[in-house]
Design a protein around this ligand. Sequence first.
Ligand SMILES: Cc1cc2nc3c(=O)[nH]c(=O)nc-3n(C[C@H](O)[C@H](O)[C@H](O)COP(=O)(O)O)c2cc1C
Length: 366
Amino acid sequence: MANIGVKIAGIYMKNPVMPAAGPNVRTGDLMLKAVEGGAGAVVSKTVSVVPADDPRPTIRSTICRGAINCETWSEIDVVNFLQELKKAKSAGVPLIVSVGYRADEVEELGKLIQREIAPDAFEFSIHYVGREIQPIVDIAMALRRAVEAPIFMKLSPNIPNIEELAVAASPYVDGFVAINSFGPVLDFDPENPVPKLGSQQGYGWLSGPPILPVALRIVHQVSSVQPKPVVGVGGIEKGTDAIKFFMAGASAVQICTGAIKFGHNIYGKVAGEINDWLDKHGYSSIDEIRGLYAKKLSERKKFAGIPVMTIDEEKCTGCRVCVTKCIQGALYMDGEVAKVIPQNCIGCGFCADFCRYDAMELGERI
Ligand SMILES: Cc1cc2nc3c(=O)[nH]c(=O)nc-3n(C[C@H](O)[C@H](O)[C@H](O)COP(=O)(O)O)c2cc1C
């Protein structure tokens, strides 16, 4: 059985799955439910100096199994939020408190929460503080001054030069969390085109499976350019989603929308699936797969010119699916076997993703 325990920034977690800040960890009771549901650590909803006042509705479903939301930070004021955090502290797993937003605000909150709660770590969100690098680094420095516990910077995907930010902030933080929700975005029902969300324009932030590839890219970037650990978050609903994040360079993962959709047991379910995947593939720990993507990237086969699709006729079952996926007309059925018209094939590779029999591979054009 694989060991799925991880240590990030000196914090040991018995498994690498935790909730991401959101309505799933809005109160102390909900944070306890996350732990009962199998989370290896608990992260709180973001708290700020003034309570939020979010326009309803705040969370709606959207395309591709995603969600859009206009929830901001905690609607519970910080004094009452301390009581919620006290409950969560008793859960027996590491507690990471999420704070926001300006430098003076996180400094004030950091000091208070450090004194009253002494959490295992802090996370600070840069969601509402602009895109300029130095002011964001200043926030990290302010929190660093205020607290003794490790601090994680939670990155928003709309920062244009994320690598530059990661390099600049790295000396002042103990790790990064990537990513927050993506946006702003808009969706509505064409049969009744009223705003789905209560926000002013009905705009919101996209989360869940549609943002997983954005999150993977940012985890890969941030873990490639600086040495501090990265916690991956965005669209994770199953073990293989989390495995991809580890391969992209993450040391642990968080889940928000998956918990909203499927409930608190998702953390333990995903942790179990990570364990099963590692066992099945002969790995004994997450360390063994962390960053595997970067290794494969450096070993990637380069084609001399435009490659062409090749079909292993022994494996082809004649299901025709690939033929229906080729917009170039480069595939046809020859009896029960798919064949390629090389002069029509542009080597895009799309058809191979639909072959369930591992019969297609790009090869050198001869
Ligand atoms: C309804 C909702 C509320 C959220 N609130 C917060 C928050 O208070 N602080 C924060 O840093 N991120 C917040 N997030 C972002 C999530 O923590 C997470 O980074 C993002 O949704 C991507 O992960 P997911 O696809 O697993 O949801 C929120 C997300 C949702 C859907």
